[in-house]
Design a binder for this molecule. Structure first.
Ligand SMILES: C[S@@+](CC[C@H](N)C(=O)[O-])C[C@H]1O[C@@H](n2cnc3c(N)ncnc32)[C@H](O)[C@@H]1O
Length: 244
């Protein structure tokens, strides 16, 4: 597969069920912080969840009482979303041209999806669909690289992919953002931890055979670190909210 930003942005489509099964959710504390920074409760809020994927964030926003409309460009991700969340409306489209009416939403959310948009287009689109005083919320959930075993694993991933370790640099648009960092963790079987890694776009672009090379080697290493076969994955969510 040729690597272009678009093919990488759409790489999730072929792996939507892997993504849905193994990617982490988001902690309650994230939604508490979102309410605080947006200055309103999620209960009853009209939310456009852009880059909704398989619906991990949309489902949790809905569970907090938000009235969610999801927006997703990818065929595979949208199909998985509709299977998992038949009660949440999903419209096909992307953040650069939201298929939504103007001045209708209290919140526009991008859960790990903003970096796939062109801010020159997606900022004016968020402004257009938000009602006055509505908020744009962006977040990313990364493994916590301050934890030694995670840092060492990340170095192995970076070496295997020929990339720089750590999360990719994320530039926020020039808006009045307030930010929070939320640490949390989840405990999953080792195979699920490895499948979670395999569902990231860098591995999806590499293809199954090369990805298996990495996960097989990694399984052997982690078996001695987690002899009971359960991995405690530590995470940090970086949340940025701008009231516009
Ligand atoms: C890492 S996934 C995040 C999915 C979901 N928000 C979650 O929290 O699991 C990124 C999603 O962004 C979507 N995407 C790619 N390009 C996009 C764009 N230009 N605008 C909006 N979403 C995009 C992908 O199809 C994918 O579903």
């Amino acid at each position: 597969m040729t690597t272009t930003p678009r093919t990488r942005a759409r790489s999730f489509d072929a792996a939507a069920s892997l993504y849905a099964a193994h990617r982490p959710g988001y902690p309650d504390a994230l939604f508490d912080a979102l309410e605080e920074l947006a200055g309103r409760p999620l209960e009853g809020a009209r939310v456009a969840d852009a880059g909704a994927g398989t619906g991990i964030a949309s489902g949790l926003l809905g569970a907090r009482g938000a009235d969610v409309v999801a927006v997703e460009p990818g065929d595979g991700m949208a199909a998985e979303f509709r299977r998992a969340h038949p009660g949440i409306p999903l419209v096909r489209g992307d953040g650069n041209r939201l298929p939504l009416v103007g001045a209708a939403f209290d919140l526009v959310t991008y859960a790990q999806a903003w970096h796939w948009t062109d801010p020159a287009l997606s900022v004016p689109e968020a402004r257009r669909v938000l009602r006055p005083g509505g908020a744009l919320a962006l977040w990313w959930n990364d493994m916590d690289y301050t934890v030694p075993w995670v840092a060492r694993q990340d170095e192995r991933i970076a070496a295997f992919l020929g990339a720089a370790p750590g999360s990719e640099p994320r530039r926020l648009p020039d808006l009045p953002f307030s930010t929070r960092e939320i640490r949390w963790s989840r405990r999953v079987p080792l195979d699920s931890h490895l499948a979670n890694h395999a569902s990231h776009s860098a591995f999806l672009m590499l293809g199954e055979a090369r990805t298996r090379e990495f996960t097989d080697a990694e399984r052997a290493r982690l078996e001695s670190l987690f002899p009971d076969g359960a991995v405690e994955e530590p995470y940090v969510v970086q949340l940025s909210v701008a009231v516009l």
